[in-house]
Design a protein around this ligand. Structure first.
Ligand code: ATP
Ligand code: MG
Length: 556
């Protein structure tokens, strides 16, 4: 954070300020604890900015810990993508990457400690019986018939669970708390279960795996986390978090604090739902530029700064709310307006021939890279007798509101001359194929000398010097603000969420576009070369965002 930006504050920072002021803590340690069962999404970015932001601003530390207790759904690819995304957002974790699985041996020992103190028991109810015994929100649960086994028997059975003697689901280790607690999470929750599944970190060493509620608090305590920040759905897990820490011999007691998750309109934000989109091939992958994943947004051209700024603007509270997509779009537009050099690209090209311009002549026009920032310099844009303009920028006839090219009317070619359309050719289907015009050679960089007023400006690319490119224009993936409420995603998908222009033409300077580097294509929006599919042989650009918010009007 630079010196002159005011420091953000929120209720969590107020708690931390208090803890530092009254000496509860001398310094702050937070953690970001993703489960490696999918790619990170913009909701995770909120948690990353919160945790690492606190670590940075308080000169404390932030750990990156993979919460990897469910080997069946986890994968090393996810581990790698998560590391990459956190770094790309601009954050660095303190020390090595951590894994909950690093603590399996200690977790086992703490479970043994609970057993020895009569606070955990091996249960042999199957999952259906377990559900029956659990009770409901309105009725208390019933004690398991296995609850009163002796410590020795529990120790023996737990060791044999670890040794692989029992089938999955036949035995579990449960905390002995209170089957009549109003909080169902406290009704003798399972803390270990049997799973004969290979783990991406520990291989086949274990066939019993600790549950989230047992693992998370102990991992926090082992690492000396001071403030364990999580989303609101963990509020009723907090008594269990505290119970575990209070009932094992560990000196540290991290404080769990909940905040509301980020919800965004027109998208889904749970890894399970995002995984469905990927598995059902409704998108091209986790990094499809329409996905709200960090990898997808990066590929589409969102900058890390714009995502961090967005997280700053939405703030951190306990109120559940849904953020409009336009809030995110404003952040990226504001960032790119300043940073992105301008360039010209014609998405849907139509040939334009300037009859009074010399053939075989390439005029090198010097065009500013940014209208408001001279330090971004100039580039050469070749101008020739034959150009391409966008099909949408020409009409044979139009009323006065149409400020583009019309027969017998004038328009300025951006950075070049004023032209006047004469006539056009059409094919058998009545589609316009070529427009013929003349140019006024007195109008390069100046207004017509006789005071004619030319209002419209259109963009163009030289037919002979321009390059072919594929341009992908994205829109929101869903047609409804809350797609998560739908049973079937395919029925609420926006059919126009991806429009591919296979024959777009771009100015030659774009040949050297670096993947992910932003450009403003004049009058079209912000674009970047695709970080996977673009190559010197086949240039592919993604539209990050349009120049203005048109969604509301388009959909009326
Ligand atoms: P999902 O529901 O998307 O699968 P999760 O909570 O299961 O998310 P984790 O990998 O467990 O995903 O999350 C890592 C951290 O990110 C947790 O602290 C979690 O609370 C936080 N987080 C996840 N989703 C959001 C969100 N939408 N807004 C804010 N924080 C989030
Ligand atoms: Mg989770």
């Amino acid at each position: 954070m630079s010196q002159d930006t005011p420091r953000v504050t929120n209720f969590i920072r107020h708690i931390i300020d208090g803890d530092l002021a009254n000496g509860k803590h001398a310094s702050v340690v937070t953690r970001f604890p993703p489960e490696p069962n999918g790619y990170l999404h913009i909701g995770h970015a909120k948690s990353i900015c919160l945790n690492f932001g606190i670590g940075n601003d308080y000169q404390g530390k932030t750990h990156l810990r993979f919460d990897d207790t469910n080997p069946a759904k986890e994968d090393i690819d996810f581990v790698n993508s998560i590391k990459e995304d956190v770094k790309w957002l601009g954050f660095q974790w303190a020390g090595d990457i951590r894994y909950s699985s690093n603590y399996f041996e200690q977790l086992f020992d703490f479970a043994v400690e609970l057993i020895k103190n009569g606070k955990a028991f091996v249960c042999q109810l199957d999952s259906e019986q377990m559900r029956e015994y659990r009770g409901s929100l309105t009725t208390p649960g019933k004690d398991s018939p296995w609850r009163e086994r002796s410590v020795d028997e529990n120790l023996d059975l737990f060791q044999r669970m670890r040794d692989g003697e029992f089938a999955e689901g036949s035995h579990s280790l449960r905390a002995k708390i209170d089957m009549s607690s109003p909080n169902i999470k406290m009704r003798d929750p399972i803390i270990y279960r049997i799973r004969f599944v290979e783990h991406h970190q520990t291989g086949n060493k274990w066939c019993i795996y600790p549950m989230y509620d047992f693992t998370h608090c102990i991992s926090d305590a082992i690492e000396g986390i001071t403030h364990s920040l999580c989303t609101l759905e963990f509020e009723d897990h907090r008594p269990l978090y505290d119970w575990v820490i209070n009932n094992i011999s560990i000196d540290v007691h991290p404080q769990q604090i909940e905040f509301s998750r980020l919800n965004l309109e027109y998208t889904v934000m749970s890894k399970r739902k995002l995984a469905t989109l990927v598995e059902d091939k409704l998108v091209s992958g986790w990094n499809d530029p329409r996905m709200p994943t960090i990898a997808g947004m990066r590929r589409r051209g969102y900058t890390a700064q714009s995502i961090v700024e967005f997280c700053k603007r939405i703030g951190v509270t306990k109120q559940e709310n849904v953020i409009e997509m336009s809030a995110l779009d404003s952040c990226i537009r504001e960032d790119l307006d300043v940073k992105a050099p301008r360039a010209m690209a014609v998405l849907d090209p139509i040939k334009l021939i300037i009859e009074n311009y010399p053939s075989d002549y390439v005029e090198e026009l010097n065009v500013a890279n940014h209208p408001k920032d001279e330090s971004m310099g100039k580039r050469i844009v070749p101008f020739t007798k034959e150009l391409f303009i966008d099909r949408a920028d020409f009409r044979e006839e139009a009323n006065k509101k149409y400020k583009r090219l019309v027969i017998d009317k004038e328009v300025r070619l951006r950075g070049a001359y004023v032209i006047k359309a004469l006539r056009c050719d059409k094919d058998d289907n009545g589609e316009i194929t070529t427009i013929y015009c003349t140019y006024d050679d007195e109008t390069l960089g100046k207004k017509p000398s006789d005071g004619r007023s030319v209002k419209g400006v259109i963009h163009w690319v030289s037919a002979s010097e321009g390059l072919n490119a594929e341009i992908r224009v994205y829109d929101r993936l869903f047609n409804v603000p809350n797609p998560a409420a739908s049973e079937d995603f395919s029925s609420v998908l926006n059919a126009d969420s991806l429009v591919v222009y296979h024959h777009a033409m771009i100015e030659p300077s774009l040949a050297k576009a670096i993947p992910e580097a932003a450009y403003q294509f004049e009058r079209e929006g912000y674009f970047c070369a695709d970080n996977i599919d673009s190559s010197p042989e086949k240039l592919v650009f993604n539209r990050t965002v349009g120049l203005r918010d048109t969604w509301a009007n388009d959909k009326k």
